[in-house]
Design a protein around this ligand. Structure first.
Ligand code: SF4
Length: 298
């Protein structure tokens, strides 16, 4: 069944899968298999699709992910050059350094693109799933950064405080803890009673509030002045809903994807987007809202 598209004002977030892999094997990664065979991967086609979606929603957010965006800086630069400055740009990375890409190269890249990159999200997990560069590189970046940490299955809760202390020392750091989104359901998205991560974070930091929407939520905390978020999101990006105002059932899109081949998808499960239909997308106000705010006592 096909429904007309609806999305939030500004447009659905565009997640771009770069056409080259990372060197890691995180157990929760659902993208790894896609990089097993690089046939059909095309930076040119990805750039065509970036331009196409920019023309439809010139103020949406872009997220570059992979794979590893920083694995090939010249190609990554070409892709960024296709994104006009009307967009916010986020980069998911492990910040890898190698024989080809040095720390200085990465720092220079962030300097060159400082007016374009909104935030770099750096994966640093408590269990060492990824090859890590030096923490000193983080404070050298010329753009804001955030640490992303997936708390996967039986994560070592006793390591939370040492982990926080590690980044507390890094100027400019904030941390986003993430629930394994393949395990998120509409029933447990806002569930507080059975949420072990929420309980563990409340023991070691000050809870400051909650924001969220139909698709995702964020519990906020303060650890000695460092901002922490606990983020949960559903494992799909389309919600089918009837609008009581006009009686029409819409496919409401939160994320659209540009795959490694340049193909545009409307969900994470391989659904190819009807791009001409998206050119006629209906907009609604973004439903992300502050749901609770806890004032500091004393
Ligand atoms: S670093 Fe990212 S892309 Fe690479 S295996 Fe881990 S989650 Fe997957």
């Amino acid at each position: 069944m096909k429904y007309p598209y609806k999305t939030r004002e500004g447009g659905a977030t565009v997640t771009v899968f770069v056409p080259y892999d990372c060197g890691n094997r995180c157990p929760f990664c659902i993208n790894k298999e896609e990089y097993a065979c690089l046939d059909g991967f095309s930076a040119e086609k990805i750039m065509e699709s970036i331009r196409r979606l920019d023309a439809i929603t010139p103020y949406c957010d872009f997220v570059f992910t992979g794979g590893e965006p920083f694995a090939n800086l010249p190609v990554f630069q070409q892709m960024l050059d296709c994104v006009p400055k009307t967009h916010k740009v986020y980069i998911n990375t492990t910040l890898p350094v190698s024989k080809i890409t040095s720390e200085d190269d990465i720092v220079e890249f962030t300097r060159r693109n400082r007016d374009k990159i909104t935030c770099i999200n750096v994966s640093r997990h408590m269990q060492h799933y990824v090859v890590e560069s030096n923490d000193g590189l983080l404070s050298r970046l010329a753009v804001p950064f955030r640490i992303n940490c997936v708390l996967y299955k039986d994560y070592p809760a006793e390591q939370l405080v040492p982990y926080l202390e590690r980044f507390y020392k890094v100027p400019g750091a904030s941390i986003q803890f993430r629930f394994d989104y393949t395990a998120t359901t509409p029933e447990n998205l806002y569930d507080r009673e059975h949420d072990k991560i929420l309980a563990d974070l409340k023991k070691i930091s000050r809870y400051t509030g909650l924001d969220g929407c139909r698709m995702r939520c964020g519990f906020h905390f303060d650890y000695k002045g460092m901002e922490l978020t606990y983020h949960k999101t559903l494992p799909y990006s389309t919600i089918i809903e009837k609008d009581p105002a006009d009686g029409v059932t819409y496919a409401i899109l939160y994320d659209v994807l540009i795959k490694q081949t340049g193909e545009i998808h409307s969900d994470w499960d391989g659904t190819v987007m009807d791009v001409p239909a998206y050119e006629k997308v209906v907009f609604e106000p973004y439903d992300l809202a502050v749901l609770e705010r806890v004032e500091k006592v004393g």
